[in-house]
Design a binder for this molecule. Structure first.
Ligand code: PMP
Length: 330
């Protein structure tokens, strides 16, 4: 019999699959790691279970306690899933740019949500950071995981995502590409892959144009879950060799291509990471193996990236993506 005891036992061990069409003209092997196959639908399940385990161990989260966190949605789903299994109350604070589908997933698991404006500075009292701090202070027994600074975030990727990639490529991986949000994924996975390979694996970050990781000022962009307007502690820039900035237009065009040409329905930050990977792979050889982490699935973006009207309203092309390949690879 092959039976998981609980849904939490199914977190991690996501598969790698090779890209064939969008890699036209590229000699390197490009593999994507499908994090949407985690039970909560994203890579964030990994950090949620580790952060809650550690908080219970350290006495920060007691039976009947409340989890309060600012989250773009996926961390909330992971935390809500673990909280449901362990009997905690969850309150999530979201910026208003997060789509309704993502919000409804959180409430489906029994979590409560508070929506705050996207266009205010992080230190503004209405920002999602400030509101979550206030709730965590005011609610008795509240625990704030603080995914931006909690070392268990990067550690979960150091202990699971990195070893899985090394194991599943038989140690042949030469490049790792991931979008940077809190920075936990690239920091933990990148650190493990550099250590285990004798520091030969090259670690490449993908960042929305305008975000601080690629030298921006924090000006707004539409791709969700990645980019920042400050430098979180979960991100260790010394792990990362290079950060490639990608426009919303290129990220969304590639996101559509992945569904249309590869049968892989993922979110906008996945498209962004693939654009960065293909740019890096242009100069690589057939001996190179590039692994790109795709953080979540596309179902949460059907009303946005996969909706022609929404795309047009922001001036993004709806042309079949094959028409834009020249632009994507510049
Ligand atoms: N993509 C999506 C959709 C996300 O929700 C996140 C998490 N914020 C990321 C990418 C980036 O992951 P990390 O926070 O580990 O840098």
């Amino acid at each position: 019999m092959k039976i998981a005891e609980t849904i939490l036992d199914l977190i991690g061990n996501t598969p790698l699959v090779k890209l064939h069409k969008v890699t036209d003209g590229i000699n390197a092997t490009v593999l994507v790691k499908l994090e949407y196959l985690n039970p909560g639908g994203s890579a964030k399940d990994r950090i949620a279970v580790r952060i809650i385990d550690a908080a219970e161990r350290d006495g920060l989260l007691l039976p009947g306690g409340t989890i309060v966190e600012p989250t773009s949605g996926n961390t909330g789903v992971g935390l809500a899933l673990v909280a449901q299994q362990r009997g905690y109350r969850c309150i999530f604070v979201l910026p208003d740019k997060v789509g309704e589908d993502k919000r409804n997933v959180l409430t489906a698991y029994g979590a409560e949500i508070v929506v705050t404006p996207t266009s205010v500075a992080p230190d503004h009292p209405d920002s999602y950071y400030s509101v979550s701090d206030r709730l965590a202070r005011e609610i008795p027994g509240a625990f704030k995981p603080n995914q931006y600074a909690n070392p268990n975030g990067p550690l979960s990727h150091y202990e699971t995502t990195g070893p899985e990639i090394w194991r599943d490529t038989d140690g042949t991986v030469t490049h790792f590409v991931a979008g940077v949000g809190t920075g936990g994924t690239i920091t933990g996975t990148g650190r493990y892959l550099r250590e285990v390979s004798g520091d030969t694996v090259r670690i490449i970050g993908a960042d929305p144009e305008g975000s601080v990781y690629s030298g921006g000022t924090g000006r707004p962009y539409l791709v969700e879950g990645v980019g920042e307007d400050f430098w979180p502690a979960a991100y260790d820039p010394t792990v990362v060799h290079e950060v490639i900035a990608v426009s919303d237009a290129d990220s969304f065009a590639m996101t559509r291509r992945l569904a249309l040409e590869e049968g892989i329905l993922v979110g906008g930050s996945s498209g962004m990471a693939v654009v960065a990977a293909l740019r890096a792979a242009k100069s690589l050889t057939a001996d190179d193996v590039v692994v790109v982490l795709l953080p979540d699935g596309g179902r949460g973006y059907l009303g946005k990236i996969f909706n022609d009207g929404w795309m047009r309203s922001y001036g993004f092309s709806n042309a079949p993506a094959g028409h834009t390949v020249g632009n994507l690879l510049t």
